[in-house]
Design a protein around this ligand. Structure first.
Ligand code: ZN
Length: 288
């Protein structure tokens, strides 16, 4: 049996501040192009075949296959115009309310632990605390999601990638991504070596690390949406136990355990200009 389906996905960059939009915008826009190229292999006419049944690595043969064609669109949300070099079309650019960033940060201090999803931008605003004396604080992913959906009105499942730091679950120190209603949010904050005072050679190296970690996290989240199962292969994008950001450094390809012939072994060239799309090639697992 062959189940064919088309899954629309919106990849959305949320970089409220102009300097961050200029610095990280081109990298993020490139990551979006790489994600699309990864999941839409040209040699397979943009579709992938995912076996249904049995977990990865199980000996039971799948009884059916889902033929999945992901269709991607992109959005750039910022107070600033995106850099010309990324070539974002007018339909892809959405302006934020001028005080979005400040209000988001204020919301973090007062409602960051709220367990109730917000239904609208109006509700988001109404929950703002009156004190303006707040600094940069982690923000609840659902707060970000509610505000973004109200402003950009994406019509599909949406992956939001932002420099805003996400509020972690209780007893966690940080979180790279969080699932929200009709999407997920990935944060660029904890994947930055500077966040941890990790040594980097220079700004290019720093951005290469940010890029590869962010891309691995995004592919992991989109892969789940498309029907890929989590696995126990630490070199695979679908590795189940991402308990720290450095795990993302080892997630370099899609492992063969998923039985997806169009994607098996596919990963990205490393190094180079992080603002240029990396080539996709077959990468064998590193040996320790
Ligand atoms: Zn895997």
């Amino acid at each position: 049996m062959d189940l064919a389906k088309t899954i629309p996905v919106t990849l959305l960059a949320l970089l409220p501040e102009e300097d961050q939009a200029r610095r990280l915008g081109p990298i993020l826009w490139t990551i979006f192009a790489e994600i699309e190229a990864f999941f839409r292999p040209a040699e397979a006419s943009g579709t992938i075949s995912i076996p249904i049944g049995g977990p990865p690595g199980s000996s039971s043969s799948a009884s059916s296959v889902a033929t999945v064609g992901a269709v991607f669109s992109r959005r750039f949300l910022s107070n600033a115009r995106p850099p010309d070099e990324i070539g974002a079309g007018p339909d892809e650019v959405v302006g934020l309310p001028p005080d979005f960033d400040q209000r988001m940060l204020q919301g973090a201090s007062g409602t960051g632990s709220s367990s109730q999803p917000l239904s609208s931008w109006g509700e988001f605003q109404s929950r703002m605390p009156t004190s303006a004396a707040v600094g940069a604080r982690p923000v609840d992913a659902r707060l970000i999601g509610a505000a973004v959906h109200d402003i950009a009105k994406p019509s599909s499942w949406t992956l939001i990638v932002s420099d805003l730091e996400l509020a972690p679950p209780p007893s966690w120190r940080y979180v790279v991504w969080d699932v929200i209603p009709s999407g997920a949010v990935v944060s660029l904050a904890p994947v930055d070596p500077k966040y941890w005072s990790e040594p980097v050679q220079d700004e290019t190296h720093r951005h290469q690390v940010i890029k590869s970690r962010t891309r691995a996290a995004c592919i992991s989240v989109v892969g789940s949406l498309l029907g890929l199962q989590r696995c126990e292969n630490p070199t695979c994008f679908m590795y189940s136990n991402v308990d720290s950001v450095v795990r993302l450094d080892d997630m370099i390809h899609l492992g063969p355990e998923h039985g997806v012939t169009e994607l098996a072994g596919r990963g990205f060239d490393v190094g180079g200009d992080p603002r240029q799309a990396a080539s996709i090639r077959t990468i064998s697992a590193r040996t320790a």
